[in-house]
Ligand binder design. Structure first.
Ligand code: IPE
Ligand code: IPE
Ligand code: MG
Length: 266
């Protein structure tokens, strides 16, 4: 079956899109440009749970509901790339029980959602040190990549066991090896050479980076790629970040003046 169901409504959540939501999206599109690439640092699952007297793992489960809603709304809006910081290289240092629960949640979510992503024309992609993930996780991921490889409506990239410094270090090593082998003259190294040696090669740089839960830091996420990305930090915890919150972030993005170092109006 072809996944090119571009005329069909996008539906990941099981509920049909409401007329009010369709109108909200149309108004947003009419209001200004929709960012082609949105990246999210999904933070605050633990604090969300704590504020309700629940376990951190419950917070991660509720976070998946936000992932589904934000993914669906982004695809409906016409966002081309959605990149979600799901698990960092530093997150491996969390208590073993939490890491295990997160990996379990990844496997279960992939199993439950991959087919739906496919039916909706969404391609699943991942960046990170995937070899460190448990074998079952790697298998589920590979199956989802294979299933959705031909889809073009939106690319959903999960940053998994991802760290920007780890990624850049790998790129430097790859470039140095090419130079040593005589395949590359160091004088020919350009910004593009570096970009192409990163795991994000082929992805445009993010236009909008959302961080939930209020922290004003990047936490080792896409350091090279966010050089000119518009940053948006909200106090909302990730489990509370649903489609209306995404629309608010996009409105903020639309109100920015992206100068890229030039003079306004040039
Ligand atoms: C984000 O929520 C999820 C991951 C980093 C995997 P946190 O688990 O970091 O939640 P807080 O920051 O402790 O509230
Ligand atoms: C960033 O959140 C990583 C992910 C969202 C996957 P963290 O909770 O790990 O970041 P810090 O510790 O607050 O910097
Ligand atoms: Mg956190």
């Amino acid at each position: 079956m072809s996944s090119e169901t571009l005329d069909q409504p996008i539906q990941l959540s099981g509920a049909e899109q409401t007329a009010a939501d369709r109108e909200a999206q149309a108004a947003l599109r009419a209001r200004g440009p929709i960012p082609a690439h949105v990246a999210c640092i999904m933070d605050g699952n633990g604090r969300w749970a704590k504020s309700r007297g629940k376990t951190r793992v419950t917070g991660h489960h509720e976070g998946v509901v936000s992932v589904r809603d934000v993914t669906e709304a982004a695809a409906q809006l016409g966002v081309e790339h959605l990149t979600l910081y799901t698990f960092s290289t530093e997150n491996w240092h969390r208590p073993k029980a939490e890491v295990t629960a997160l990996m379990e949640l990844l496997v279960r979510t992939l199993r439950r959602e991959a087919e739906k992503l496919h039916r909706n024309g969404i391609r699943l992609h991942a960046i990170g040190d995937l070899g460190r993930l448990p074998a079952r996780g790697q298998r589920e991921l590979q199956e989802a990549f294979d299933l959705t490889a031909g889809n073009t409506r939106m690319t959903l990239t999960l940053a998994l066991s991802y760290g920007s410094r780890w990624e850049i270090t790998g790129a430097v090593r790859q470039i140095a090896e090419a130079a040593r082998a005589g395949r590359l003259d160091p004088a020919d190294i350009t910004e593009e050479t570096v970009s192409d040696a990163l795991l994000t090669r082929g992805l445009p740089d993010p236009d909008l980076l959302v961080r939930t839960a209020g922290e004003m830091r990047l936490s080792n996420f896409l350091l090279w790629q966010v050089a000119y990305t518009e940053l948006y930090v909200t106090e909302k915890f990730w489990p509370d970040f649903r489609r209306e919150a995404l629309y608010e972030a996009v409105r903020s993005y639309q109100d920015r003046d992206r100068r890229f170092g030039r003079v306004e109006g040039e």
